[in-house]
Design a binder for this molecule. Structure first.
Ligand code: G3P
Ligand code: CA
Length: 250
């Protein structure tokens, strides 16, 4: 069977449009991408909101913690101008809105970021409510969210982003831990993946999709190492590279 690489638009086509907004997701889909990645936090009133950071400071015109604001307050913010004034109409989205608008078009890689109680369960409930189990995988750096997902909704796929923290290194206990918890996917950082690591993870039954693909050199490394896919801020460049190499794109 021909090898296929999964091209996951990281926070949407986030090199070109404000991350985790409709503008970035729509741009990725217009490029031909079939997978988008997004980050989930809880608002003060318990709604699941799509934003990367714990705070509003970097990617909106607001200040302070996401978890300290109600959805109504979050919806009043501008989530596009920080990137370019032409995106000044962009609003933060809820996970519910993303499921409504994008579930039929793409697969969703939902990363749980926040630290409010039962956030994984609430995310699973939302995915179940929208019959999106086949179109979704839950990922996290924070293993307890994945364990909560496995216990609460074993039918939903899980992927562990590893290792935790930019300076941290690979440790084979990641494999035994992932086997113990029956995670489906291991997501190594792109700068530490090697062909032998990919082989070892495949031999243990895991899908391997990388994160932290900040340059085209890292993108090429992930492909050459034999990984199954990656999140990437410039999915158009991955499409071009895979076409050049004669590899199929998922
Ligand atoms: O592919 C996962 C990736 O999104 C993890 O890093 O910081 O961009 O959420 P981060
Ligand atoms: Ca993420």
């Amino acid at each position: 069977m021909q090898r296929k690489i999964t091209n996951i638009a990281h926070r949407g086509a986030s090199s070109y449009a404000p991350e985790n907004t409709r503008a970035a997701f729509d741009m990725a889909i217009n490029m031909g991408v079939k997978h988008i990645e997004l980050d989930v936090h809880s608002s003060k009133d318990g709604r699941l909101v799509v934003i990367h950071d714990d705070t509003l400071n970097r990617t909106t015109n607001g200040k302070g913690n996401v978890a300290d604001r109600t959805l109504k307050e979050l919806k009043a913010l501008d989530a596009g101008s920080w990137f370019d004034h032409k995106y000044s109409g962009e609003k933060l989205c809820t996970l519910e809105e993303i499921l409504v608008e994008y579930k039929s078009a793409v697969y969703l890689h939902v990363e749980i970021k926040g630290n409010t109680p039962k956030l994984a369960q609430k995310t699973c409930d939302m995915i179940r409510d929208f019959n999106a189990i086949e179109k979704t995988i839950i990922t996290s750096f924070w293993k307890p969210w994945l364990i909560e997902t496995r216990q609460y909704a074993p039918e939903i796929k899980t992927g562990w982003l590893v290792p935790m923290g930019p300076g941290s290194e690979w440790n084979d206990s990641i494999i035994s831990d992932s086997l113990n918890h029956r995670f489906n996917q291991i997501c190594p950082r792109a700068d530490l993946v090697t062909p032998s690591l990919v082989t070892k993870l495949h031999d243990n039954g895991f899908e391997v999709r990388c994160h932290g693909v900040f340059t085209e050199a890292l993108m090429e490394n992930v492909v050459e190492c034999g990984a199954d896919g990656m999140t990437i801020n410039f999915p158009d460049k991955l499409i071009s590279y895979l076409k050049k190499k004669g590899l199929a794109i998922d």
